[in-house]
Structure formats: structure tokens, C-alpha cells
Design a binder for this molecule. Structure first.
Ligand code: SAM
Length: 203
């Protein structure tokens, strides 16, 4: 009998195995300018991801109060920006990658941000609702996992809340838009640049 063994290559969303190699990145976007540390085995080591930059360059200001979510925070460019732009907003940043969570929390501490909590996805209180969600979602987990993840967190949008997601057209942005509209959400393309689509989603 033959047993096929497949060797899984580590992905940015797995728990990290690589030795740490911190690199500083300057985030200079509307409403915020700061430095953050990035690291190996965390998404976008050594640079601000271009999709993240598109979101931060065009997204409307976050609400001044209430609760905000960064779904899949990585080193934290979205969550840190949201927290700096709206210091009275309670920002929650979640990621399955422990090194990403540690890095995001350390970046918040360095920047003396006190309105940001970094959690594992399972640690978010079941009744927590969000007035705003920002995400550069983990499209590489596969279409059905991405759909499941998206629906799970959009369910937590407050009635008047909005989500802003960035996805590249080559990674299924347009079919994602059609799929989510079919699920009954209002989804509008608010910006497009360098192949990245920025979507605004509400119930
Ligand atoms: C495209 S990266 C974006 C990271 C960061 N927001 C940025 O813009 O640089 C997506 C992130 O989602 C995380 N992720 C993957 N699956 C997840 C899940 N089920 N729940 C929460 N985060 C997840 C990955 O670890 C990764 O950090």
C-alpha cells in the first residue's frame, strides 16, 4: 500500500516557525503617520502591503466612538491606524497567527495606543458587535474558508455598521463581490487602484 505524504509549506497565516528578524516600516497614510515593526512569518515582512495601502489611502474616517475590528491584523497597520485616527473608538485586532498578535500588541504599546485590544478570533466576546470592520482578508486560505470567515464576522456588524475590505482582482475580488451580494449584503466598490478593489459592505 502506498501512503502519500504531503509536506505543507508554512503560510503567513500559520503559526510562525521562522527565526525572528524584525524590520521597521513607516506607515504614512491619511490621518496617521507612525513606525511599526514587522517580522518574518507575519504577513508583509518589511513593507506595507500595497492592498493595505490602498485601503488606508481611501477608506472613510473610522467612527469616533463605538467599536472597530481589524479582521486578520498581521503586524497591525490597519488596527493601529484605526486606533490612532479615532482614539475614543474601542479597536479589536484579531489574528490566528500568534506572532502577528504579539507584534501588533507590541506596536500598539510602543505607540502608546491604549484603545486597541489584540485577541485570538475565539477570544472575542460572542455578543460583541462592531460599528466598523477593516480587513485585508486572508484570501489564500481558500474560497470556501474565506466565505465562511467573512460571513462569521459580518454577522457581528452593528445595524448601522460598515465593513471595508480590500481584495485584488486576480485573487477573486469581482466574484467575491457577486457572491456577497447574493448572500444579501449591500456591497459597493468604492475604490479601485493597482488591481485592488476596495469594497464597502453593509447589511
Ligand atoms: C492579508 S493578511 C493582512 C494582514 C494585515 N491586516 C495587513 O494589512 O498587513 C491576512 C491576515 O489574516 C490572518 N488570518 C488568517 N486566517 C484567519 C482567521 N481565521 N481569523 C483571523 N485572522 C486570520 C493571517 O494570519 C494574516 O495575518
Amino acid at each position: 500500500m502506498h501512503v502519500r505524504l504531503s509536506v505543507a509549506m508554512p503560510q503567513y497565516f500559520d503559526d510562525p516557525v521562522a527565526a525572528s528578524a524584525p524590520r521597521t516600516v513607516v506607515v504614512d497614510v491619511p490621518g496617521a503617520r507612525f513606525e511599526m515593526q514587522t517580522d518574518r512569518a507575519v504577513f508583509s515582512h518589511g513593507r506595507l502591503d500595497p492592498g493595505t495601502a490602498v485601503l488606508l489611502g481611501s477608506v472613510p474616517p473610522p467612527p469616533t466612538i463605538g467599536a472597530g475590528l481589524d479582521l486578520g491584523c498581521g503586524a497591525g497597520p490597519l488596527a493601529l491606524t484605526m486606533a490612532l485616527r479615532s482614539p475614543m473608538l474601542d479597536v479589536v485586532a484579531i489574528d490566528v497567527n500568534e506572532r502577528a498578535r504579539t507584534l501588533c500588541a507590541a506596536n500598539a504599546r510602543t505607540l502608546q495606543i491604549t484603545n486597541l485590544t489584540v485577541l485570538g478570533p475565539d477570544e472575542v466576546a460572542p455578543d460583541q458587535r462592531f460599528d466598523v470592520i477593516w480587513s485585508n482578508p486572508p484570501v489564500r486560505i481558500g474560497k470556501s474558508a474565506l466565505h465562511e470567515l467573512t460571513l462569521a464576522w459580518l454577522e457581528r456588524l452593528a445595524d448601522t455598521g460598515t465593513a471595508h475590505l480590500v481584495i485584488h482582482k486576480h485573487l477573486g475580488a469581482d466574484s467575491f463581490q457577486r457572491w456577497l451580494a447574493g448572500e444579501g449584503y449591500r456591497i459597493e466598490r468604492t475604490h479601485s487602484s493597482r488591481g485592488y478593489r476596495l469594497f464597502q459592505i453593509s447589511t
